[in-house]
Design a protein around this ligand. Structure first.
Ligand code: TYD
Length: 132
C-alpha cells in the first residue's frame, strides 16, 4: 500500500480568487491542536529527518514546492508538495524528510498535538528498532 495519503481540501475559486478550507476532524482527519509553517528554507537544506511516535499531521505547500520523502522502514516514497489545495497526511511511525525547497516555499503543517520533544524519533536506526 502506498505511503502517500492525499487530503483534498475544499476550495472555492472565482474571479476574485480562491478560498481553501481546513477544518479539524473534517477535511483534516483529526482535531487540530497546533499549526506551524516552514519558510525561508535554503534550497540545499534538509528539514524533518525524524518520525513521530503518535503525532498525526497534514502538510501543505501554501506556496512554492518541496520534495517530501516518506519511509515506513519497508519502503520509501518521494512526492512533490506543490499545491495549496492538496495536503498530505503523515501518520505515526513514518520517517519524513523534506528536500529541494523552492525559494518561495511556505510549508504549512497542522498537527494533532502540541510540540512534545518526547514524541520525536530523531535517529533512523532507533526508528527501525522501534518498528520491530
Ligand atoms: P524541528 O521539528 O526540528 O524542525 P524540522 O523537523 O522541520 O527540521 O523544529 C525546529 C526547532 O523548532 C526545534 O528547536 C524545535 C522547535 N519547535 C517548537 O518549539 N515547536 C514546534 O511546534 C516545532 C514544530 C518546532
Amino acid at each position: 500500500m502506498s505511503l502517500i495519503e492525499w487530503v483534498d481540501l475544499p476550495c472555492f475559486s472565482e474571479e476574485r480568487g480562491s478560498v481553501v478550507i481546513m477544518e479539524g476532524a473534517r477535511s483534516i482527519p483529526f482535531p487540530i491542536k497546533r499549526i506551524y509553517y516552514l519558510l525561508h528554507v535554503p534550497e540545499d537544506a534538509v528539514r524533518g529527518c525524524h518520525a513521530h511516535r503518535s503525532l498525526q499531521q497534514v502538510v501543505v505547500a501554501m506556496s512554492g514546492k518541496c520534495r517530501l520523502r516518506l519511509d515506513n522502514g519497508r519502503r520509501q516514497e518521494d512526492v512533490w508538495l506543490d499545491s495549496p489545495q492538496r495536503g498530505l497526511f503523515i501518520g505515526p511511525m513514518v520517517w519524513r524528510e523534506m528536500h529541494d525547497f523552492s525559494r518561495d516555499c511556505v510549508l504549512l503543517a497542522v498537527a494533532s498535538d502540541y510540540y512534545k520533544p518526547e514524541d520525536y524519533i530523531v535517529s533512523h536506526d532507533e526508528f527501525l528498532k522501534c518498528l520491530t
